[in-house]
Design a protein around this ligand. Structure first.
Ligand code: ATP
Length: 305
């Protein structure tokens, strides 16, 4: 995989012919950890994501993530600077060097507002939503779907532009299912790769004859929009209580009444979170509506969805 790496001296690594100083840990999960590093040559900051690979399947999944990054060169999709596979005894680590995005995740901003007891203004929601949609449009127009869109997978850069990250679950948008065995395989894959509280209803109970498409992302986009509006995802509390997210996601949703946001934004939200994927808007439809959706005072209706 990719370019040469060596652990040069304590605290520095070399990747793709350049050396980087390890600064501190940004995040740690079950299967990966992310460190902030500084390029010794260019003085820039990067995020070094190391994915633990226990077997060949894990290595293929990491390679897949690298490959997905290679498909895009878009301001709203995180760029991959360099990558390599490192042997660690019998195991491997896939190292992905990414530009460091300073503003942190969208989730962090939502959490900070919630702690202050305030909500995100409509104008800011529209700005962020626009950028997310432009990133998704780039993905969908190439025939792919992100499949794990959520506020912790959206970074905000210095110019407040959202950047979509974590392309590990991305795959071909159109999945044709022709048997109950295939349906079960898609369902099992989704259970592993698509975060439960942002997962589209059609991925919970996959019919044995159906086509799954990129509109799974539109559902997740609705959950992200809901999170910006109400301070948490629509199914976060259900998940935290240990109740059935699958049941809640597949039932009609009652949106909290609010006068904080325009009727047009609320209609846009409910259109994204339509249970039947065939009735959900495409990313082009959403962008089209967003272009005409000027930030408006609460309660003021500006457009028809
Ligand atoms: N380029 C970056 N700039 C700034 N922070 C980053 C960057 N990449 C990752 N992070 C931080 O590291 C966290 C984990 O990154 P990422 O989602 O890629 O890892 P993951 O193991 O796939 O996580 P998960 O599966 O839990 O979503 C992010 O939520 C973010 O806080």
């Amino acid at each position: 995989m990719g370019q040469t790496l060596c652990v040069c001296s304590r605290g520095t690594v070399s990747l793709g012919g350049a050396r980087y100083l390890l600064l501190h840990r940004l995040a740690e999960g079950g299967f990966s950890y992310v460190d902030l590093v500084e390029g010794l040559r260019d003085g820039r900051f990067y995020a070094l994501k190391r994915i633990l690979c226990h077997d060949k399947e894990d290595r293929q999944a990491a390679l897949h993530e690298v490959e997905m990054h290679g498909l895009f060169d878009h301001p709203n999709i995180l760029r991959l600077v360099a990558h390599c596979m490192v042997e660690k005894g019998a195991k491997h680590e896939a190292w992905l060097l990414l530009p460091y995005v300073k503003g942190g995740t969208l989730w962090r901003e939502v959490e900070a507002l919630r702690e202050k007891g305030t909500f995100m203004p409509e104008q800011r929601i529209l700005l962020i939503l626009h950028g997310i949609c432009r990133g998704l449009q780039a993905i969908h127009s190439k025939g792919y779907a992100h499949r794990d869109l959520k506020p912790t997978n959206v970074l905000l850069d210095e110019d407040d532009q959202p950047v979509l990250m974590d392309l590990g679950s991305m795959n071909q948008a159109r999945i044709e299912v022709n048997s109950s065995r295939e349906a079960m395989a898609v369902q099992d894959w989704a259970a592993q790769r698509c975060t439960i509280s942002y997962r589209a209803p059609e991925l919970f109970t996959v019919p044995s004859q159906c086509i799954i498409d990129e509109r799974t992302d539109i559902w997740s986009l609705g959950c992200v929009l809901y999170c910006m509006m109400f301070g948490e995802g629509p199914f976060d509390a259900i998940f935290q209580k240990g109740d059935s997210v699958a049941l809640a996601v597949q039932s009609p949703i009652a949106f909290p009444p609010t006068t904080r946001y325009s009727a047009a934004l609320q209609r846009l939200l409910s259109s994204m979170m339509t249970l039947n994927p065939q009735e959900r808007p495409s990313i082009d439809d959403i962008l089209h509506h967003l272009e005409g959706l000027q930030p408006a005072p609460a309660g003021q209706d500006t457009t028809q969805i």
